[in-house]
Design a protein around this ligand. Structure first.
Ligand code: ARG
Length: 458
């Protein structure tokens, strides 16, 4: 007999049971469901809605159920549809009919909204912590590479050299915005919907604030219809998760490129790489590729959730049971990706010599030659054209700017003097970008200081 079977004359079709049930995935909410029930029953007792004795029996029973589920000793069945009714069934098995008083003044609709918020709260704390670990790994690579120069790109064409530390710090600040977005979302997640009942509230003299306080919420939701039908917090999380995945995926793409023989800028540690079943020489950046690949499923969950919600009338609709798998999968995907990323970055070998060699064999100091001529009084547009000619000359001669002699330079402009050779060195070029947020070493040091303050606040 179903918990709601009173008005029914026959059992549900077995296919209905299978299709309708969510227990195979919402069992992940067990711990949170029971915490919510413990707070609810303590409120029922405080407000004298049920007797102290019954409340105490239920409390003890719930603790036993929690223990059994934890140990894998409890049977969670499709027949009881979801985690809420399974827990209630296990409770009545434990304490008898008194267990039936637990659901007084409550509906599965406010209960599931509560469980989702409790689950997400924990996930937010964990994911923020993992993001911080990734930021720390990036920072430690930055600290170790304050002298390492690599080509900076626009359009994936060599543009101007930058410090490797500067490149790492770019990602630190991206992830910092992600951390801030997660923290901001906390305000909206951390409100208790319990007490909204099925949709309209309850006739019992409950104390919603008391339950909220017991569960560490900052307050209660304002409108019962909204409380049971709001999944904005899930969408917001999926959106924030999509942004994190997008940032990770861009970094993956760079790590993959940098690991190729064509770039040869880094080598990922053996512990974070894989081989080929056929080609003995292969060392593949599978983890970076997989993290990049999994971005697709996270975006998919965001689109899926938005689409599920878009046509729903108030208040609860069963469609909303579809909110769980995408959210769980996103949390697990992100935790897996971020958990691997921190040690993978930490152990990555940075090939500073190869990077330097790359910068030495390009024209990424051409802007500096143009700026030099400007310093000698030439208008920038003119110096741009002169340097264009110099570059063309070098290309035809198969050389780079630093391979030119002073005489050669002076054929293009007699404003060029001996000091040009220092001006065009990669280190000089980098340190010349001495503007707030620029790639000069002291400016990157400022970024490191800023970042360590941010971590302090997290
Ligand atoms: N398993 C359901 C869900 O996840 C719980 C709420 C069901 N409420 C209902 N009135 N059928 O959405």
């Amino acid at each position: 007999m179903k918990l709601w079977g009173g008005r029914f004359t026959k059992p549900t079709n077995q296919l209905v049971d299978e299709f309708n049930a969510s227990i195979h995935f919402d069992k992940k909410l067990a711990k949170h469901d029971i915490s919510g029930s413990l707070a609810h029953v303590s409120m029922l007792k405080k407000c004298a809605i049920i007797s102290e004795e019954d409340a105490d029996t239920i409390t003890e029973g719930l603790k036993k159920v929690a223990e059994k589920i934890e140990k894998g000793e409890a049977e969670l069945s499709e027949e009881h549809e979801d985690i809420h009714m399974n827990v209630e069934k296990l409770l009545t098995d434990e304490v008898g009919a008194v267990g039936g008083r637990l659901h007084t003044g409550r509906s599965r609709n406010d209960q599931v909204a509560l469980d989702m918020r409790l689950y997400l709260r924990q996930a937010l704390v964990e994911i923020t912590g993992l993001l911080l670990d990734v930021q720390r790994s990036l920072t430690s690579q930055a600290e170790a590479n304050m002298e390492t120069v690599l080509p900076g790109y626009t359009h994936l064409q060599r543009a101007q050299p930058v410090l490797f530390a500067h490149h790492m710090m770019a990602y630190v600040f991206m992830f910092q915005r992600d951390v801030e977005r997660l923290k901001d979302s906390w305000k909206r997640v951390n409100k208790s919907p319990l007490g909204a009942g099925a949709l309209a509230g309850t006739t019992f003299p409950i104390d919603r604030e008391y339950v909220a306080e017991q569960l560490g919420f900052d307050g209660i939701t304002e409108n019962s219809l909204d409380s049971v039908s709001d999944r904005d917090f899930v969408v917001e999380f999926l959106s924030n998760a999509s942004m994190i995945s997008m940032h990770l995926s861009r970094l993956c793409e760079e790590l993959i490129q940098w690991s190729s023989a064509e770039f040869n800028f880094i080598e990922l540690d053996d512990a974070f790489s894989t081989g080929s079943s056929m080609m003995p020489q292969k060392k593949n950046p599978d983890i970076a590729e997989l993290v990049r690949g999994k971005t697709g499923r996270v975006y998919g969950h965001l689109t899926g959730m938005l689409t599920t919600l878009k046509g729903l009338p108030l208040a609860y609709n069963k469609d909303m049971q579809e909110d769980k798998e995408g959210m769980f999968d996103t949390v697990e995907t992100l935790k897996g990706a971020l958990g691997l990323f921190a040690p993978m970055l930490e152990t990555m070998q940075v090939k500073d010599q190869e990077m330097y060699q790359a910068v030495r064999s390009d024209f990424s100091n051409a802007t500096d030659l143009a700026d030099y001529l400007v310093g000698k009084g030439m208008p920038f547009r003119e110096s741009h054209a002169v340097v264009g000619q110099v570059v063309l000359h070098c290309i035809n001669q198969g050389k780079y700017l630093l391979d030119m002699s002073l005489d050669e330079f002076q054929e293009f402009s007699n404003l060029i003097e001996e000091d040009i050779f220092d001006v065009l060195k990669p280190e000089t070029v980098v340190n010349a970008r001495n503007v707030a947020g620029g790639t000069a070493k002291n400016r990157v040091e400022e970024q490191l200081n800023k970042a360590s303050q941010l971590y302090g606040e997290t």
